[in-house]
Design a protein around this ligand. Structure first.
Ligand code: ATP
Ligand code: MG
Length: 716
């Protein structure tokens, strides 16, 4: 790009007062803005900040995201000789032909030497020197800075993202603490502190930590009028992934960022969006440098439309989506503020899920346990992060104006009319109210389910003689690979609780079964929610099949011991049984497959050797078997009709096609090789419980409510 010759610089030091006045005058400064940046005029408090620092005064400048904070130090660097030292961005300036250099550990040695030579030259051409706070702290840098200062060549120190210096801020970086040395080493160089998010406490902390002297405090409203704020509720959506891809598609190929909590979620979500024809890529610390640069370049050149990131990310976008609830309002404001920095209309969309909330609470409760911190400060930081997060939860679970809630969290007084229906709560109050009502019901049901969660022992334990389903011993089941599931994963938690604790023996069997059934429904609901968050939603992975085979083999082993060492080949039988489940349910999805595996395991725990041999006997004939005429007259030991009702064949034969197992004279099974039997239909636990429950047990109210709300949620 053709380098622009700089405007003739006037040197304020040598000039007299009027010259100084002319230099700081609005006219001269607007001329610089137009000449170098092509903008017609200054925005908000930019001019006040520039004039303050040009007159040598410290300034604390609070401006919304995208407000134009960088201009507040770029113009001064052009208005007078000397170097402006900046903590923080360089490329954009170089493209404008402005001599900006970035000194940090990441640049090459000769680039570093080139900058140092220029700085040592006595007449440096560099106007803006970007450094990192870490560099300030290195031994070799401060003496260099003092030399430049001694020659009167240091005109301003600008600290961008100044909130990072405060441990009260959402983004505290200890390295920023070094910046408090600057004032003592460089006493009369004006300091400009800039931030987009600083709660009153943070502002005070920044002014004190940087030792600002009688600073000019400039506060613009945090309001971002061009951002439309919206919250959607994952617990009320059938498929949040599909919802997001439809939304992105409906907006046309606009540039978007989607923030996620975890890298794995970034990868999955980006894969899902790509499968739905949206050009997107994941961007997180798990990618190598080359990958990250190429994603960045492709995104900046709009070759890809959407980036799914875990961290704050580059240029102007039209939509910023938080697919997981952020941990603080400040972080949310910063990241959503990435949208529409060109002041044009844009959207901030947050997908709120109860699971995400629990996961974040779990993380924040345990994040304070950093070794380095003393127990009190651990306590304090964890309390503070929980308080910050509560604000975020209130933003999602509250029905009031989203914009008002954001601005008030930064201590800004706001009238509700300010929003002018540019948030979902103001534009669609009834819809938001209804969503919140359904969400409350859904949460209550889940809590009911979890508080009366059945704590059962392992399958071998009995309750009043009733063999309990082995179904719930899924804690040992690798549901998906380990790293997909964070420790606090709700679904796992449900199962682990279920398998770990004991059921109160005084509760009657029927109530227990009802509670088991509710817990199963909850588990499935959790399973379903988890399933939503898996890209290949229903696929049954080989790992999953292997673990099912293992599980069946264990169950076969236990059955063999129980049936005084029945002669069966464990391995082949396990694969055979697993294959049955897979063939039967691989299309319908993981949960049914699991349920069939569990039913088979249950069956193994209770079946007789006759049934076992019949069923396994089919293994040899499994391909050549065809339907076999029913054996007359024998009452089979165990007949189950398709509807899962139990009872002897007489009871059932009237109203349902029942499976009769053919038996020889002594009630022993006719040799399986001579008789082809169809496999007995094993009811799922749910059917099993239901078949018992239809004997006059009243379904529990919550069950009725839950199916009502479930139906309603499905309708939504
Ligand atoms: N006076 C102005 N007139 C028009 N556009 C401007 C003006 N000042 C800055 N901008 C543009 O506004 C956009 C945001 O500017 P800048 O990056 O400085 O914002 P910021 O306050 O640093 O935002 P953030 O808090 O997100 O870092 C940039 O594209 C910048 O070029
Ligand atoms: Mg900025």
């Amino acid at each position: 790009m053709q380098r622009k010759a700089a405007l003739p610089l006037r040197d304020a030091k040598s000039g007299n007062a009027n010259k100084m006045k002319a230099l700081c005058g609005k006219e001269a400064l607007v001329k610089l803005l137009r000449w170098h940046f092509g903008y017609p005029d200054f925005r908000g408090k930019q001019l006040d900040a520039i004039q303050a620092v040009l007159s040598g005064r410290d300034c604390f400048c609070l401006m919304p995201t995208g407000g134009g904070k960088s201009m507040c130090y770029q113009i001064p660097a052009l208005a007078k000789t000397g170097i402006v030292l900046v903590e923080n961005q360089v490329m954009a300036l170089k493209e404008k032909g402005i001599d900006a250099e970035f000194l940090s550990s990441t640049i090459s040695t000769d680039a570093k030497n080139k900058i140092h030579d220029d700085l040592d030259s006595g007449k440096p051409s560099t106007r803006l020197l970007y450094v990192t706070p870490e560099l300030i702290a290195t031994a070799g840098f401060m003496p260099k800075l003092k030399k430049i200062y001694a020659r009167g060549l240091l005109s301003l120190i600008a600290i961008d993202e100044a909130h990072c210096i405060s441990s009260w801020g959402h983004d505290f970086r200890p390295s920023y603490r070094q910046l408090s040395l600057l004032r003592s080493h460089l006493p009369d160089v004006p300091i400009l502190a800039l931030t987009a998010t600083a709660a009153p406490k943070v502002q005070k902390d920044v002014v004190q930590s940087l030792h600002l002297q009688n600073p000019l405090i400039l506060k613009s409203s945090f309001n971002r009028p061009n951002i439309y704020y919206e919250v959607r509720y994952k617990d009320l959506l059938d498929d949040a992934y599909a919802d997001l891809s439809n939304t992105l598609k409906s907006k046309g190929d606009v540039c978007a960022i989607v923030y996620c909590l975890e890298r794995s979620m970034c990868d999955e979500l980006s894969a899902h969006l790509s499968q739905n024809g949206i050009s997107c890529a994941a961007y997180h610390a798990g990618l190598n440098k080359k990958m990250r640069t190429s994603v960045l370049d492709e995104w900046i050149s709009s070759k890809i439309q959407v980036v799914v990131a875990t961290v704050a990310f580059g240029k102007d976008v039209r939509i910023v989506c938080h697919f997981n609830i952020p941990k603080s309002m400040e972080g949310f404001y910063q990241e959503s503020g990435r949208a529409g920095r060109d002041q044009l209309p844009c959207t901030s969309l947050l997908y709120y899920g109860v699971d995400d909330r629990k996961r974040m609470e779990f993380i924040l409760r345990n994040s304070g346990s950093k070794k380095s911190q003393s127990s009190t400060s651990q306590e304090e930081s964890s309390k503070k992060s929980m308080a910050d997060f509560t604000q975020m939860v209130e933003y999602c679970e509250g029905s009031g104006c989203r914009r008002k809630r954001i601005l008030e969290s930064f201590g800004e007084k706001v009238t509700a009319s300010l929003c002018e229906k540019t948030c979902d709560a103001c534009r669609h109050p009834n819809l938001v109210a209804r969503n919140l009502e359904d969400l409350t019901t859904a949460i209550a049901l889940r809590q009911k389910g979890s508080s009366s969660r059945i704590f059962i022992t392992s399958s071998s334990d009995a309750i009043n003689g009733e063999q309990l389903s082995e179904f719930w011993n899924r804690g040992d089941e690798a549901i998906g690979s380990d790293d997909d599931i964070s420790d606090s994963d709700d679904g796992n938690e449900v199962v682990n609780n279920l398998t770990k604790s004991k059921l109160h023996s005084k509760v009657g069997v029927n109530e227990k079964l009802a509670m088991l059934e509710r817990a199963e429904e909850n588990f499935y609901r959790n399973e379903k929610a988890k399933k939503q968050s898996k890209v290949d939603k229903n696929a049954i992975s080989d790992a999953m099949r292997e673990s099912s085979r293992q599980r069946l083999q264990n169950a076969l082993k236990q059955a063999q011991q129980r049936l005084d060492n029945l002669k069966i080949e464990l391995e082949t039988s396990a694969s055979f049984l697993e294959d049955e489940c897979y063939k039967k349910y691989s299309k319908t999805g993981k949960s049914f497959y699991y349920s069939q595996v569990a039913s088979t395991v249950r069956w193994l725990a209770t079946t007789s050797s006759v049934d076992m041999l019949n069923r396994l006997g089919a293994m040899k004939e499994s391909t050549s078997m065809d339907a076999v005429p029913e054996a007359e007259g024998r009452t089979p030991p165990h007949a189950i009709d398709h509807s899962g009702k139990e009872g002897t064949s007489n009871e059932l034969s009237g109203n349902a096609q029942s499976e009769i197992l053919p038996c020889g004279d002594r009630g022993m099974p006719i040799e399986s090789s001579s008789v082809n039997t169809k496999l007995p239909q094993i009811p799922s636990f749910y059917e099993f419980v239901n078949s018992r429950k239809t004997k006059g047990d009243q379904l529990d109210d919550t069950k009725k409510n839950s199916s009502r709300v479930e139906k309603k949620m499905r309708v939504q």
